[in-house]
Ligand binder design. Sequence first.
Ligand SMILES: Nc1ncnc2c1ncn2[C@@H]1O[C@H](COP(=O)(O)OP(=O)(O)OP(=O)(O)O)[C@@H](O)[C@H]1O
Length: 327
Amino acid sequence: MSGRNQPSTAPASARGEILIEARGLSKHFAKKGAEPFTAVAGIDFEVRRGEVFGFLGPNGAGKSTTMRMIGCVSPSTGGSLRVFGMDPAADGPAIRARLGVVPQEDTLDTEMQVRDNLHVYGRYFGLPRAVIRERTERLLEFVQLADRARDKVEPLSGGMKRRLTIARSLINEPEILILDEPTTGLDPQARHVVWDRLYRLKQRGTTLILTTHYMDEAEQLCDRLVVMDKGRIAAEGAPHELIARYCTREVLELRFPLDEQDQSAQKAAGIAQKVEVLPDRVLMYADDGDGALQAVRARGLEPLTALVRRSTLEDVFLTLTGRTLVD
Ligand SMILES: Nc1ncnc2c1ncn2[C@@H]1O[C@H](COP(=O)(O)OP(=O)(O)OP(=O)(O)O)[C@@H](O)[C@H]1O
């Protein structure tokens, strides 16, 4: 039996059944009088039951387009995609019934009461009224909006609206929850509350697929992720694996007077495994950041500020693409 050959350290999600499988998946948009624009350029990935799978990348990388293909709202134009073993082109309604979707833009009915937004969604899925009522109560409790159930949506804060959208997406008890940039535009505290709810869902074993350009979000929540750039997958793995594969253990961040940056970086050549000169700072990739800083100073360089930190997914992205993730 193949299952016996699995390494014992593999997380449960790594052994789960494949729920989504993409092979050479592409999306081209026709452009009048021009070559078609390729938003997704032949990507391969799979998502297993119970895992939190992330698409990390900058604006325009093709993350939302991929989500929309999985959500059966935008047909692929090349390659193959199976969701629950079914084809989105032929089995859209059957797939959608088992998915929950939190789109990038809130699509709540702001004139309605909070709970009615869930009721309408429940009816869309053909659920009995008693089931809708029971789930609405439970879900509003879960997203900490029970006390706002009878309020109109409009005056709610951005974070509350996002949580309501998450509650709404769960009304059909989906097997997979798709979240397109669930925390974009929220202030840090509101982001934290949303993360916390997503983390609860993860603990309950809900399969989550999310896109984000926040590396800390991806690092904390995702079991596995792909780094997307310009419609392609640049790397795939668990966050810690990607960091270990593409980066040194630590990064030394140095700030010099801006007109001395390039010259200072040149003087520091050879100290670190790799040096990146950004518009406002110099990054030196070294397993021992403090040692690198000592070596920098030994060469007579005096940075305005120096910070040693561990490598992050942001560094992975920079290493892979030569660009920063969030400008
Ligand atoms: N309907 C469309 N017609 C033409 N081009 C499109 C369409 N939808 C998306 N694109 C283009 O495809 C590319 C990928 O867009 P997509 O929204 O998937 O990126 P993203 O990674 O989700 O970025 P963002 O964080 O901005 O949502 C972009 O250049 C975008 O302008």
